[in-house]
Write a protein that binds this ligand. Structure first.
Ligand code: BJW
Length: 255
């Protein structure tokens, strides 16, 4: 973390202390230190190893439902084995310094909830939930062990359609309520912290620009520059599990 500039940590703490409404917009990077792979990193990202068009689209699912189901079952198991890291925990602690703090996450891993964040919007769904193909029946907290003797993917017990993970694949609409609320918050927040996203995937990647254009202060936390670095007032360069605890320490010094 040698590149982390203490003056920028102080400025971040100052801006959080001054802000009323705070949004923390997160991506896969915030869970990287929990051992959950990101998507686009050159060597370790999921898309370096797996084809998103085969595994994260409706066409890919219809072409080989079993392959897609099994890939998600493998990732569900991984997510359940992992724990929130100091980045997630620091985001919970930031709630103590804001009048209102909302986490808008692209992640599907539940780690913000499990860390204790009270106000979380999930833009791309949640991998622990499954739903029938037309979305009428939802099964929260799916238990893969219970269905392991049936042919995969299992069928919905209500409508006999194929079950699929309740996540947003490429070409699918994001959940309307979550999307509207996220844009409303981006337009009205005082400060947006953008943590661990490459800013490649629309429409979520537009949120920081919307916030900035509406007059919010925008700070990015990422070890690497991203597609949305230019939108931020400045960047705290480093892993979120190291940078965010520094910000919390700085805030604590002030009270
Ligand atoms: C660290 C770190 C550490 C590492 N600490 N940081 C406009 C223009 C062009 C295309 C489109 C457009 N509008 C819509 C589209 C199409 C498409 C899209 O955006 N495509 C682009 C890729 C070109 N979008 C969609 O299809 C969306 N639907 C939609 O818009 O519907 C309407 C519509 C449809 C069709 C046409 C037009 C309109 C749906 C997007 C769904 C995304 N789904 C996924 C999979 C979810 C399920 C699953 O998990 O399997 O969501 S894809 C994947 O990417 C996942 C993520 O949420 C998402 C974003 O990735 P994220 O989080 O940014 O991760 P990475 O890996 O990219 O970045 C990690 C970052 O962490 C890096 O910066 C690292 O440096 C950093 N990092 N360690 C902090 N320790």
């Amino acid at each position: 973390m040698s590149e982390l500039n203490p003056e920028l940590v102080e400025r971040t703490a100052q801006w959080i202390a001054e802000a009323g409404v705070v949004v923390v917009f997160t991506g896969a990077g915030v869970s990287a230190e929990s051992g959950i792979p990101t998507f686009r990193e050159a060597r370790s990202g999921l898309w370096a190893k797996y084809d998103p068009m085969r595994l994260a689209t409706v066409d890919g699912f219809l072409n080989d439902p079993r392959l897609v189901w099994e890939w998600y079952a493998y990732r569900r198991k991984l997510v359940r084995e992992k724990e929130p890291n100091p980045g997630h925990v620091s985001i919970v602690e930031l709630e103590g310094w804001a009048d209102e703090l909302t986490v808008i996450t692209q992640n599907v891993d539940s780690l913000h909830h499990r860390a204790g964040s009270t106000n979380v919007i999930e833009l791309h769904g949640n991998i622990t939930r499954v739903k029938c193909f037309n979305g009428s029946h939802v099964y929260p907290d799916w238990n893969d062990e219970a269905g392991k003797d049936v042919e995969l993917p299992p069928l919905c017990e209500h409508c006999a359609q194929l079950l699929r993970p309740d996540v947003v694949w490429f070409g699918e609409q994001l959940p309307a309520g979550a999307l509207e609320e996220s844009f409303r918050l981006a337009e009205s927040c005082d400060l947006m912290l953008v943590v661990g996203t490459s800013g490649n995937v629309q429409p979520a990647a537009s949120l920081p620009a919307v916030a900035r254009e509406a007059g919010a202060r925008v700070i990015e936390v990422n070890p690497e520059a991203s597609e949305i670095t230019h939108t931020a007032h400045f960047m705290l360069r480093g892993a979120s599990g190291e940078v965010l605890p520094e910000v919390v320490r700085e805030l604590r010094k002030r009270t």
